[in-house]
Design a protein around this ligand. Structure first.
Ligand code: AMP
Length: 267
């Protein structure tokens, strides 16, 4: 297995260093006027990454590991929608209530709603600590909106990592995935089972299956991915940003592979 070494490249200077305190991501998850408990440190060459890949390839797990290694912020639109859907009914806009229904079915939330949520959190994207976008963009329209926002701010992406896996492996990962209701740790009943069935190793919380990991929703999500998100591979290839990574092996192996490729890119 490849080992991760620190400070090898200007692109990811702080690789190998973990932030001392975990950011609660309040600015991203709650939106304005909320602020994060800990602001990511300013960096000279921050990592600005987009993670692509079908649902179930492990983007969320990779985003967590890479966030800890690179010091950037983990910006997941799925987490954002899940947090918003748990708010009291009276605090949810009609667009947010509709978005929750799309999510339950496994369908994509309309671009206008997604962009509204991301745009009002644009300070998370502009912040000089960098970011790891997970689950966004998911359509060409969203990719174009992100590109325009970044161009306006004279920022550019470091790379777009595309995690690759076969359809059978993806279905296996999605149907076996269990998430801790308390600390959100992710397990897989086959590949990464908890020590005790249904119980989180980390905090003892109950492990739950995400509503959109049920078989009917999985089929809808994979279809939505093929139709709307797969074209982003060519979009970012044409921009010279695409970095294909095989998503096989343990999460640590995949992260090490990713970091090695990022290092090679930075020279
Ligand atoms: P994820 O956790 O990234 O798999 O997202 C869970 C669900 O949230 C998706 O199946 C969609 O319903 C919705 N969602 C998250 N991000 C987006 C996006 N960028 N565009 C449209 N829908 C999204």
């Amino acid at each position: 297995m490849t080992t991760i070494t620190a400070n090898r490249s200007p692109l990811c200077q702080l690789m190998g260093m973990s932030p001392l305190i975990k950011n609660d991501r309040a600015a991203w998850l709650q939106g304005p006027p909320a602020d994060c408990s800990v602001l990511p440190a300013e960096r000279k060459n921050p990592c600005r990454l987009v993670l692509l890949g079908a649902p179930g390839v492990g983007k969320g797990t990779q985003a967590e590991i890479l966030t800890a290694r690179l010091g950037a912020c983990h910006l997941s639109t799925g987490d954002l929608f899940r947090a918003a859907s748990k708010r009291p009914d009276c605090e949810q806009s009609p667009a947010m209530k509709a978005a929750t229904q799309y999510m339950r079915r496994g369908d994509l939330v309309p671009d206008s709603t997604v962009w509204e949520m991301v745009r009002e959190r644009s300070k998370c994207i502009i912040h000089c600590g960098g970011f790891i976008l997970d689950g966004f963009p998911r359509t060409l329209g969203q990719a174009q909106s992100l590109k325009e926002l970044m161009e306006k701010e004279t920022l550019s992406l470091s790379a777009v990592v595309n995690y690759e896996l076969t359809v059978d492996e993806i279905v296996g990962r999605l149907s076996g995935r269990r998430t801790c209701g308390k600390c959100k740790s992710v397990f897989n009943v086959k590949e990464r089972p908890p020590k005790f069935e249904g119980v989180c190793d980390r905090c003892g919380g109950r492990l739950l299956q995400r509503e959109d990991d049920r078989p009917e929703a999985i089929a809808v999500r994979l279809e939505a991915y093929d139709r709307s998100t797969a074209p982003l591979i060519q979009f970012y290839k044409d921009l010279g940003l695409l970095l294909p990574i095989l998503a096989k092996g343990s999460p640590e192996e995949i992260a090490a592979r990713t970091i090695d490729r990022l290092n090679a890119l930075a020279g």
